[in-house]
Design a protein around this ligand. Sequence first.
Ligand code: ATR
Length: 275
Amino acid sequence: MQNAALAELGLDWRYLACELPPEELRVALDGAKAMRFIGVNLTVPHKLPAMDLMDELDESARTWGAVNTVRFEGLDQQGTWQPLARLSETPKQIRMHGFNTDADAITRALHEDLKVTLAGSKVLLLGAGGAGRTAALKLAAEHVAELYLVNRTQSKAEDLATEIRERYRGVNVLVGFPPGNIDLILNATSLGLKADDPLPFDERQFPLSRAGAVYDMIYRPAETHLLKAARRAGLPAANGLGMLLYQGASALEIWSGKPAPIEVMRQALEKNVYG
Ligand code: ATR
């Protein structure tokens, strides 16, 4: 999707995927800086360690405690840091500026794919790992009224609930299944990635019919058991492709300073992910 977007924008850049051992993150980022890379995306497990390696952290990275987008910046003649894409001459000094585009992508996808209004809503969030934590904090920041956290390892859900209570006092956050109807179920567990995975929750504990919509962060397979069940129950449902798209679109905008060609990126993504 990034290379399709670069072609559309007429930029002479390339987006490459590289496998990287965690202990080599610093060396790799320094190498990218030395080679005058425009920017870098980071994924699991590099997003948290990268926080300590940045010269500057955007508010988004500070708020969500993770970096998925790095922009290399150089000092211009006036002594101002500028994205490398904007500088015509190679600067002597370069710094790494860390951003997070994941959290906003969650709400954008929920809004655009499911038309969910989060403020004042009731949400059941499954999973309290890396993706679950970012989603929970973002939902709280969007002023959901009630947030129910369910995780296989309950202590992680409890720690997350404590963090949310400290940071977002207006949100009623509880560990466990909701007693009544809710607006949205959001799956942030990895259950569903494999064909024989069970549903990420027990329908005897919470019938799907009590939910207004279902979002599964998993995008491959395109339709998990959870999404199939949601479709059978007649619920609005969407997979995580939108999240992948929007975090990438925002990263491209951060690097290039240009609006991302969303539809070109979506088409490239669908073609490459689903064939
Ligand atoms: P990610 O960065 O994708 O969130 P992660 O941090 O490893 O990855 O989190 C995976 C999530 O899926 C966790 O909520 C995990 O539950 P635990 O915290 O108990 O590990 C959940 N998960 C993974 N495998 C699971 C399984 N077999 N049953 C239930 N939950 C599972």
